[in-house]
Write a protein that binds this ligand. Sequence first.
Ligand SMILES: [Zn+2]
Length: 326
Amino acid sequence: VSQRIFIVGLFHETHTFVDGKTSLADFKIRRGEEMLACAGDASPLGGVLEYVKEQEWEVSLGIDYRATPSGTVDDEVVEAWWSEFKSAWQPDCDAIYLVLHGAMVAETIRDVDGELLARIRKLIGGDVPIFGVYDLHANFSFAMAANSDCLVAYRENPHSDAREAAVRAAELLTRCLSKSTRPKMFLRQTRIILPPTGIGTASDPMRSLEATARRLEGGEMWTVNIAGGFAFADTLDTGLSFQVVSSGSVESAEEVFDELEQLAEDLKEYGRGQDEALEDVMLQLREPADGLTLLVEPADNIGGGAPGDCTGCLRAIIEHQIKNAA
Ligand SMILES: [Zn+2]
């Protein structure tokens, strides 16, 4: 049976502690056919577009808004996206597939992803499955869980598997449509907020959490997601959380959550991400090294929405008269 899938995207990681706002003009907006430009690239949108093509599903392309990580988003952006969604929505679609980030914050709408999922659910009714993919840095909210059927997180940080995660979510949509089984999304938020340097998946706690999630998946447990969270966002949902997509009972999801939460509590100190003091680092830099030495100040990471204009490291380099520095 041919299926008709409505595909939309909204992608922003919002750093609420920096000055400056993110406006509509900062977003790259693709409408309808323009979204096809992403097919074949490594992005999650590219992944799902290729998957639906292979499945010979009919695709209805909505809108895709994305911006690089930056400060709090103007409410206007949320309303513009929603207004375009409503005009683009095709009520004869069998499912919606969303490419999300999961940590977007607007001036008055602090949980943008959850708010828009709630509006979508209200608009389309309960019969149409809502599937999608989101970033491991999501600050996952209860509104997101309550208003979707199956959202799948990346499993790797740095994100080398965004496209793969999108395809995995699309495969689960196939399972849902072909077997007419609707899973549910369950959420457990922890009391742990880890710094961005503490949620790499090559180290604990994320390494063990992801490994445990893989072990607990299967059967009625469609997928188990670990969202590391994005600490540079002042919201009620900020922090480490777990999501289970399951066609089983609440109790079985709770068991998974209990195991993951205990493990997170046991390992959280490894995620504290304590960096060496700048003064100590400078002493090491005085010794000439072979090749290139990179000095990175992770709190001012432009990939995480910071402006990249801190001069602390530069000042130290000058004070310590480190030669050959650029
Ligand atoms: Zn991310």
